[in-house]
Design a protein around this ligand. Structure first.
Ligand code: GBH
Length: 499
């Protein structure tokens, strides 16, 4: 591995080298020397300032304003945590945690109000400049997500992600970001969780833009997003990398799938689960052969034919595009929360991605509950998932870009404390005992925030936010103190160890 570049790039590169070299387990509860610990948020969930200083309207503004009934508490992100005004305080929270980096996202419509690059909103550029400078002044490395689901409404009016032209518009947006912030931002994520936001085009979950085209619109969206990602990577290579020396990745979410029985059908079902949910995005970029996974292409083509379609509902990449996309990431961002048991069987309507996947998922009632229906506490799934990724994609550098736990609030958040200690312990096993190249970890989330269709009913924060108070005061929870202790001591405290 060739390690060159500025300090931060060097840190990532060297930490991968060191982790590889650490074969014996001197102290499995310690973080490797160069491992990065921090926390993450997303623009729509925390910023507020939804129509301030020239920001344009995005699809979450539209969904929450036009269809408040789709949000559990009928709330929205108009003000949220008011981070648009309170970013200095947020940086202090990070500083109090001892965070080495902060993962935040940039609101596309704050930078380009209409989505296109002919009109740049200087107030938006200024806001992120101030945030980035404040972070750096406090010794905190910025990690920027370019897209965490808040598509400019004018681009949705053109069809949104199913329209392949958005791959070009996304590259134009990325050029503005690299140009304005790339001198100081060295760690980039193009997209957060394409798997989740392609759901906005299916859509049984009423996720913005709540278009109902399951098994069709969602695949078209995925197709555009993968290509858009690769365009941005090539753009960085061509115009910015030599000078800026940063790294470009993508954040993908995945649940562990544990075969419900050891039958070959259930084992294959969980492999399919991985290929449809993670492989759809990771295989074109991180595998040696590129393109969608064979099982994904085959099953969608077969089902499409049986449904009377002349061509598959999944668009195909040309051989030239396959080559263009392959290898376009410097690291893999992984958002990991929970696990399911998987069984072969029919799920979902026809057509739909669930039906194409052919896996029935269930959670064990014995697994610990959170406040979210989908999230149970399954720490061992984290270790298994990191191993699955290392094996499937040749042990790429993995940055855990999200991991966290929801409750209904309260400062004495013992459930979250247990979640973090147990998940981090399993991650450290994956690193020390299994040799997985995990180089960083971000706790989701720095503070309670707008949890999409769940509104403010589910809390993921290390800091509590009082949403009834116009000042939106933040208060550290027990988990914030724990994370601060972990970052300070760079190990799992003895009182939480298994032996
Ligand atoms: C992450 O997604 C997001 O990146 C982040 O913005 C979010 O705040 C965080 O998780 C916590 O949720 O409501 O039953 O239909 C994690 C993956 C995928 C989990 C969509 C919830 C919807 C389940 N998410 N899923 S349901």
């Amino acid at each position: 591995m060739q390690c060159e570049g500025d300090y931060f790039v060097l840190v990532i590169c060297l930490s991968v080298a060191i982790i590889h070299a650490e074969t014996s387990c001197d102290d499995c509860y310690k973080f490797p020397e160069l491992f990065m610990l921090g926390s993450s948020t997303a623009s729509y969930q925390i910023e507020g300032g939804w129509n301030e200083d020239g920001k344009g309207v995005n699809i979450w503004d539209t969904l929450t304003h036009d269809h408040p009934e789709l949000i559990d508490d009928k709330s929205n992100g108009d003000i949220a945590c008011d981070s648009y005004h309170k970013y200095k305080e947020d940086v202090q929270l990070l500083k109090d945690l001892g965070a080495q980096f902060y993962r935040f996202s940039i609101s596309w419509s704050r930078i380009l109000p209409n989505g296109r690059d002919n009109k740049v909103n200087l107030a938006g550029i200024d806001y992120y400049n101030r945030l980035i400078d404040e972070l750096l002044a406090n010794g905190i490395e910025p990690m920027v997500t370019m897209y965490h689901w808040d598509l400019p409404q004018p681009l949705q009016d053109l069809g949104g992600w199913p329209n392949f032209i958005l791959s070009e518009y996304f590259e134009d947006y990325a050029r503005v970001l690299f140009t304005n912030f790339g001198d100081r931002v060295k760690l980039w994520l193009t997209f957060n969780e394409p798997l989740t936001f392609m759901g906005g085009y299916s859509s049984d979950k009423d996720f913005a833009p709540a278009i109902k085209s399951p098994g069709i619109g969602d695949y078209l969206a995925a197709h555009t997003v993968i290509y858009a990602h690769s365009r941005v990577y090539h753009l960085y290579d061509q115009l910015f990398r030599t000078k800026q020396r940063g790294r470009v990745g993508i954040a993908l979410n995945i649940n562990w799938c544990e075969p419900a029985t050891n039958s070959s059908e259930d084992v294959a079902a969980c492999q399919r689960y991985h290929q449809f949910n993670l492989g759809m995005y990771a295989h074109p970029i991180f595998s040696t052969e590129g393109d969608y996974p064979a099982v994904v292409k085959d099953r969608i083509a077969r089902n499409s034919a049986a449904q009377g379609y002349t061509v598959s509902r999944l668009p195909l990449f040309t051989p030239k595009q396959v080559e263009y996309i392959r290898g376009t990431a410097d690291f893999l961002g992984v958002n990991f929360y929970t696990a399911y048991y998987g069984k072969a069987g029919e799920a979902g309507d026809s057509p739909s991605m669930a039906r194409d996947t052919g896996v029935i998922t269930i959670q064990d009632p014995a697994w610990g509950l959170s406040a979210s229906s989908w999230l149970r506490v399954v720490p061992w799934g984290f270790r298994k998932e990191l191993n699955w990724i290392a094996k499937e994609y040749g042990n790429p550098p993995v940055f855990v870009t999200e991991n966290g736990f929801s409750d209904h609030g309260g400062l004495n958040d013992t459930g979250r404390v247990h979640y973090y200690t147990s998940y981090l312990t399993e991650m450290l096993k994956a690193i020390h005992e299994d040799g997985c190249s995990v180089i960083g970890y971000a706790a989701w989330s720095l503070m309670d925030n707008f949890e999409w269709n769940r509104g403010y009913t589910e809390k993921f924060g290390l800091y509590a936010v009082d949403f009834d108070d116009p000042d939106r005061p933040r208060t550290p929870k027990e988990s914030a103190k724990l994370v601060a202790e972990i970052i300070r001591t760079r190990q799992i405290p003895e009182r939480f160890r298994e032996d």
